[in-house]
Design a protein around this ligand. Structure first.
Ligand code: M6R
Length: 366
């Protein structure tokens, strides 16, 4: 049942090239020229009218929402609000007209997410769910469903479901952007066609496992970790930290790299591990200066990056190069070594990675 792997989590991490391909299949044509809208249950015309989007979820799915915000705002040019489900439902949100509410949930059974979904529906807002489990409560109650089709996820720590949520959001963003005519068609197509490289690139990212395993041996006894990123990599940092704390019980925090000097830098002393997630984009320069600040305090810098910039390598104590695609899809590729790092650290610490203490696969109480 674990397909030759020691744990479901490891199996699910390795399944990602396939699960990502399954999320893409049938939604976009291989030449990137057409997006299939019908199954979403929300018409092209309705999408075209959308003026505001609310993305709501818990845990890892919430991190996918944050990534979605960066994608939708930049590409489809629609304002997006993101919230944690348990907060959203008590906020008494004054919904704006022509809003779309999207609940992201692997299981489709998370109590807080369902409550937020019901609240939005009751308020007369159109609802969509990005969901993995076919026939789940969320999929039955929302007006529309975008299934991630990543296959059953057994490990309590979400891995393949997360990367499929990002892929679903990427496709949805382009559907939206086409409906809104936010970008010239050829730009849409160039970006969409990149998506078809993702399964192969995920396969390449998985090949980093030995390197990550060696790294895990160096750091598994550290009591604290900081994960930093900017832009789309900020939620990737949050997810990297969540993964590590969930299964290894090491205290880990994710932060926007620019926020570091507003507090967390106080923690940094000799050997303190800081994981930087860096794309080859407009944030690179700014992130380099954050790295210098850590270096000056003798922190231990681990860099996961798609850039080969010399300065970046020089500042890093350990450098993991991940071949990238674009800043949007790199969030998927960077998540893979971060999942593997959490997994190997947890194993070295003798933890039960598939059944971490105090956690349940789906949280059905509020
Ligand atoms: O099934 P859902 O996506 O609604 O679950 C949300 C969270 O409970 C879930 O992501 C949780 O944070 C996982 N343990 C993360 O690994």
């Amino acid at each position: 049942e674990k397909g030759g792997y020691k744990h479901f989590m490891l199996k699910e991490i390795h399944e990602q090239p396939r699960s990502i391909a399954d999320t893409i299949r049938g939604r976009v044509l291989p030449d990137g020229s057409r997006i299939v809208y019908k199954e979403i249950g929300i018409s092209y015309e309705e999408l075209a009218l959308t003026k505001k989007i609310y993305l709501v979820a818990c845990g890892t799915s919430y991190h996918a929402c944050l990534i979605g915000k960066y994608m939708i705002e930049r590409i489809a040019r629609i304002p997006v609000e993101v919230d944690i489900a348990s907060e959203f439902r008590y906020r008494e949100v004054p919904f704006e007209r022509d809003s779309l509410f999207i609940a992201i949930t692997q299981s489709g059974e998370t109590a807080d997410t369902l409550a937020a979904l019901r609240y939005a529906k009751k308020s007369g807002v159109k609802t969509l769910t990005i969901c993995n489990v076919v026939g789940s409560t969320a999929s039955r109650e929302a007006d529309g469903v975008f299934y991630t089709h990543s296959g059953p996820e057994i490990g309590v720590a979400s891995t393949k479901a997360f990367t499929s949520q990002i892929v679903a959001l990427y496709i949805f963003t382009f559907a939206l952007s086409k409906a809104k005519r936010a970008n010239p068609a050829d730009i849409n197509e160039i970006f969409l066609s990149k998506l078809f490289h993702l399964p192969t690139m995920a396969e390449k990212a998985l090949k980093l496992e030995d390197k990550i395993h060696q790294l895990a041996k160096e750091v598994y006894k550290k009591p604290n970790f900081l994960y930093l990123g900017r832009g789309l990599n900020y939620p990737v940092a949050l997810e990297g930290a969540l993964k590590l704390k969930e299964i290894s019980y090491i205290h880990a925090e994710g932060y926007a790299a620019g926020e570091m000097k507003h507090g967390p830098i106080a923690l940094v002393e000799e050997g303190f591990p800081v994981v930087f997630i860096v794309s080859d984009d407009l944030y690179l320069e700014k992130t380099l200066s954050n790295m210098e600040e850590i270096k000056a305090r003798d922190g231990f810098i681990i860099t996961i990056s798609s850039s080969k910039e010399e300065k970046l390598k020089k500042l890093s104590d350990r450098f993991i190069y991940v071949e990238g695609i674009n800043s949007y899809l790199n969030t998927v590729l960077f998540s893979i070594p971060l999942q593997l790092l959490a997994y190997h650290v947890a194993i070295l610490r003798g933890c039960d990675v598939d059944q971490p203490r105090n956690l349940a696969k789906s949280v059905t109480v509020e």
